[in-house]
Design a protein around this ligand. Structure first.
Ligand SMILES: [Zn+2]
Length: 766
């Protein structure tokens, strides 16, 4: 619940916090003290506790078993199960059977989606020291599932185009726009070249996108050991990190334009759906792209000539990192099978008793790149254990007031295919009925990470206060706050200590919440534990399997249990409360924060341009230049103009007042609401997130309709808040920034009007 690296599944970047080595010891001490206290508890207190009926969510938490979670993972990760594979279908059928066994009304809903799989992959270095890349991850004797060769997809990037290209090689660091600016200052162009970028810092799909915009003809992406290999910790199988042959597979679809099946934007990929001609698809790459290991990358990097790479471009290989080009040329040839594959979503329902037309939707994907124990098994098996426990509550006589829908998505790894097609297919019904979507994906050991709609911030804080952290035995919330205190900028510490609730992050993209939140405007949450273990080292490789997970990650599934308890508690509270437990004061507070951030961003840009222009005019760049390593001076830039933020400030202030009124109205009415009066308020609340969307969508990407949260067009998974305004400022498109300010202000005004109407409903209750 803070602006800390969140682990997102398909588009994750960056390393995690170092492993905490002392926890086993500390945990053991706490356990002993805990059991002493249990035996010393006075008889009477124990009896009075037993006599009180336990809250449903507390009963549910008691039903969640870590060993079940481990068993589901072992079964689902037993064989490779990517989209369209035999074991992927077996898993969907197995999940379906479990839901039915546990009393849910379940079925499979399928879509036919474009998923290219590799037919031919060649990468070679031509010239004086020729080298042919292996492009393979070898089996490891200690790791029993790593040898399942016949069912594994080899390393590749999905939605790369076919291609056969030969050219000089240029090293482009992480392949971000800012990296190309550094190249330009050195007079190096990638036009007609193949670029080699390292994984990390931006979502992988951005790397070929930016490379193609600059005229490159091919793109290689490799895992540098500095980011997820031996520089971080020991390598697999001795340690958790990526070994010399490990490769990160992954999608390079242009997801910031639209996710889901490339052939059917905005509609479900049903059998009879009208599909785009493949030539009309805008989300495929423009150039061929291939991911490689550092074993395969090292000979290529060693063949580079040209200037030495800047210090922060250098990785951990024992070589001199150069930018290139060299005398050697690189040949890259890729061909794919472009057939449709079948995505099988499992959808399970429990009908609500009082508000059957108000839905709580919860999901995790079941498909993996290969065996996928961590991603997605660790989240999927927690979801299944929740479903079993909720089924058990129903067998004991409990009924949810609202309808609960549990989903296991297929085809997430390719670009959120299963969830996006389902949302697009059922959009009308979801817009009427879906009150919330709760997502999980890969899970790990450590701190609760929560991101999502800020109307849900108070709800998720309340739940975190009631979940016990498996290692410290304090609340999950207490541990989150401790991390926030130690990791936040000093100026924000006082707020972390004093604010009733911890702030939750905004969602960009990277997992199945995107279509719910950013396309359909359904309030969403994404939850996981993590930060203490190293799951980056096997991410999207054949080594993300049960052997690795039980050796290095959440080995006893204690955090799988904590995740199931967290989400299960959320679902029960959402299913039982009469008025939906949304709280808008935090949304208003967050909107105010975003407005201040945008104002600061503009000022920062103005200061930066003013200072740089002055330096250029004063001849500073010429004076510091090294004649042996020439850098061109930047060009004089126009000053960013003043923008009129008044509409946004006024709207945010009005929203703050309306949110406060709603909070007071709900407080006063809470004990008096009947199902009928609650229903009237809920009908409005279900539309509350929708007010923040615009059917016209974001500039140049209409699929994304949320005006507060979107994945960055040039960051790919990291969120851009108030993206229309923020990206217009970043891209120096100031006329557009002005129009977008007005559009976001109108959205806040719509939200204010809805809250005023809901407050009036509540104030009428006597
Ligand atoms: Zn995942």
């Amino acid at each position: 619940m803070m602006p800390i690296r969140r682990r997102n599944c398909s588009w994750t970047v960056g390393a995690s916090v170092r492993r905490m080595k002392t926890w086993l010891l500390a945990g053991a001490v706490v356990l002993v003290v805990g059991s002493l206290r249990m035996t010393a508890q006075p008889q009477a207190a124990a009896q009075s506790q037993a006599a009180q009926p336990q809250a449903t969510d507390a009963t549910l938490r008691g039903l969640i078993e870590a060993k079940n979670i481990g068993e589901y993972m072992r079964l689902m990760a037993a064989r490779p199960h990517h989209l369209g594979s035999p074991y992927g279908k077996e898993n969907a059928d197995w999940i379906l059977a479990r839901f039915k066994e546990w009393g849910w009304d379940a079925r499979i809903e399928s879509y036919d989606v474009l998923f290219p799989t590799p037919k031919e992959r060649v990468l070679e270095l031509l010239g004086p020291t020729p080298f042919k890349a292996s492009l393979e991850e070898p089996a490891i004797a200690a790791d029993p599932t790593s040898a399942q060769k016949s069912e594994q997809l080899p390393p590749f990037n999905a939605y790369s185009v076919d291609g056969d290209v030969t050219g000089p090689l240029i090293y482009v660091n992480y392949g971000r726009p800012s990296d190309y600016q550094e190249l330009e200052r050195r007079g190096i162009s990638v036009k007609g070249a193949i670029v080699i970028a390292r994984y990390g810092q931006s979502w992988r799909g951005i790397k070929p996108k930016v490379a193609a915009e600059r005229g490159a003809i091919g793109c290689l992406i490799y895992s540098d050991p500095r980011d997820d290999g031996f520089y971080v910790d020991g390598v697999f199988p001795d340690g958790p990190m990526r070994n010399r042959d490990g490769v990160q597979r992954g999608s390079v679809m242009d997801m910031p334009t639209y996710p889901g099946d490339p052939l059917t934007p905005n509609i479900g990929a049903t059998t009879g759906a009208k599909r785009l001609d493949i030539k009309a698809v805008t989300t495929l790459t423009k150039i061929p792209v291939l991911p490689i290991s550092y074993g395969d990358a090292q000979p290529l990097l060693m063949a580079l000539g040209g200037p030495v790479a800047p210090a922060d471009w250098r990785g951990a290989l024992p070589i001199t990192y150069r930018i290139g080009p060299g005398t050697a040329r690189v040949h890259l040839k890729l061909a794919f099978d472009w057939s449709l594959k079948r995505a099988n979503n499992v959808i399970a329902r429990l009908a609500g008793s009082t508000y059957p037309d108000e839905w709580i939707v919860r999901g995790n994907h079941h498909d993996a790149w290969v065996n996928g124990a961590q991603d997605p098994g660790s989240g999927m098996s927690a979801e299944l254990e929740e479903a079993r426990a909720i089924g058990e509550l129903v067998k004991r006589g409990w009924r949810p007031k609202r309808t609960i829908v549990y989903a296991a998505w297929d085809g997430e790894e390719q670009g959120l295919l299963g969830s996006t097609e389902w949302v697009e297919d059922h959009e009308q019904e979801l817009r009427e009925k879906a009150a919330i979507y709760i997502n999980t994906d890969g899970n790990g050991r450590g701190f609760l990470n929560a991101g999502g709609s800020h109307a849900l911030e108070a709800l998720v804080n309340g739940v975190a206060r009631d979940i016990e952290d498996p290692e410290t035995k304090s609340s999950v919330w207490r541990r989150m706050q401790a991390r926030a205190i130690t990791s936040t900028a000093p100026g924000l510490r006082a707020e972390v200590r004093a604010r009733a609730d911890l702030r939750i992050g905004a969602l960009g993209s990277g997992s199945d919440y995107s279509p719910f939140l950013q396309h359909a405007g359904i309030p969403s949450l994404n939850l996981s534990f993590g930060g203490l273990d190293e799951s980056d080292g096997i991410y999207h490789s054949i080594y993300d399997d049960y052997f690795h997970f039980t050796k290095f990650l959440d080995t006893d599934f204690a955090y799988g249990r904590a995740l199931a308890q967290t989400v299960g508690t959320l679902v029960i509270r959402l299913a039982e409360s009469d008025v939906l437990p949304f709280q808008f004061t935090h949304l208003a507070d967050t909107a105010q924060t975003y407005v201040r951030e945008l104002q600061a961003l503009l000022k920062e840009r103005q200061d930066e341009v003013r200072e740089r222009n002055r330096q250029i005019e004063d001849g500073v760049f010429a004076s510091i230049a090294d004649r042996r390593r020439p850098l061109t001076a930047p060009a004089i830039e126009d000053m960013p103009p003043a923008l009129n933020f008044a509409p946004l400030e006024n709207a945010a202030n009005a929203l703050t007042r309306a949110a406060d009124r709603y909070r007071k109205a709900l407080e006063a009415a809470r004990s008096k609401v009947t199902p009928e009066s609650a229903r009237a308020v809920n009908v409005r609340l279900i539309q509350s997130e929708r007010q923040l969307t615009d059917p016209a969508g974001l500039p140049r990407r209409p699929w994304y309709r949320h005006l507060l949260y979107a994945p960055g067009y040039y960051t790919g998974y990291a969120v851009k808040t108030m993206p229309g305004v923020r990206e217009a400022i970043e891209e120096k498109n100031y006329a557009e920034a002005d129009t977008e300010i007005v559009r976001v202000a109108r959205a806040l005004e719509r939200e204010k009007a809805l809250l005023d109407a809901a407050s009036a409903d509540l104030e009428r209750i006597r």
